[in-house]
Design a protein around this ligand. Structure first.
Ligand SMILES: Cc1cc2nc3c(=O)[nH]c(=O)nc-3n(C[C@H](O)[C@H](O)[C@H](O)COP(=O)(O)O)c2cc1C
Length: 187
């Protein structure tokens, strides 16, 4: 398939529709080669990926639930169970973060986060090209030190998302996209 046609065919799939098959660990490594092609000021390679499948997704859900209980002591039992259930919606979850080099003389933290976002997007496109579906989600867990720490992140690091991956159990209609001309000006 033509590359542009492939890129124009990507869209997210709600996590609740994602089932097996998901890419194998070896396929994930292969697809992550595209993430290594992200633009990267200073060649810092700030992106980090944590592969979470099987019962480790439940362990991640427990982290989400415990963090919510600490963040919002008044959270209902229902809300806590909803938080716990988030990661098990899809067969494979990749946590993606930027391991930040602080006070870099040329590359501020925001550039390291942006490079990590570009790496994540390359991965989304690669997954699409291989016939998998995915969605990038964040929410409060991404900004919660009680989620970051158990995953091995330092406070300085930035969790940019949890990419939920699998195969859609039903097709979703292609979404309309805006006219790019509305977002382009000529100076
Ligand atoms: C940084 C980032 C965080 C996001 N977080 C969420 C989220 O927490 N929940 C959600 O439903 N969508 C989230 N999205 C949006 C979805 O990934 C997706 O882009 C959206 O559903 C639109 O689908 P599309 O990718 O087909 O345009 C996030 C996107 C980005 C880039």
């Amino acid at each position: 398939m033509d590359a542009i046609e492939c890129l124009l065919g990507r869209q997210s799939t709600p996590a609740g529709l994602l089932v097996e098959p998901s890419p194998t660990d070896e396929q994930v490594v292969t697809l992550l080669q595209t993430a290594m092609r992200a633009p990267d000021h200073g060649a810092l390679r700030p992106w980090r990926f944590l592969l979470i499948r099987g019962d480790r997704r439940e362990a991640l859900g427990d982290i989400f639930a415990d963090a919510l209980a600490l963040r919002e002591p008044e959270a209902s039992a229902d809300d806590i169970e909803k938080a716990r259930g988030k990661p098990v919606r899809a067969p494979l979850v990749l946590a993606v973060w930027a391991e930040i080099v602080e006070n870099h003389p040329k590359v501020p933290a925001i550039e390291q986060v942006v490079a990590t976002g570009a790496a994540a997007q390359n991965l989304l496109n690669a997954l699409h090209a291989e016939g998998y579906q995915a969605i990038w989600v964040t929410g409060a867990p991404c900004y919660d030190e009680n989620v970051k720490a158990p995953l091995g992140l330092a406070a300085k690091d930035r969790l940019v998302g949890f990419i939920h991956i699998g195969t859609a159990n039903k097709t979703t209609p292609m979404k309309e996209r805006p006219d790019p001309a509305a977002y382009l000006q000529t100076w």
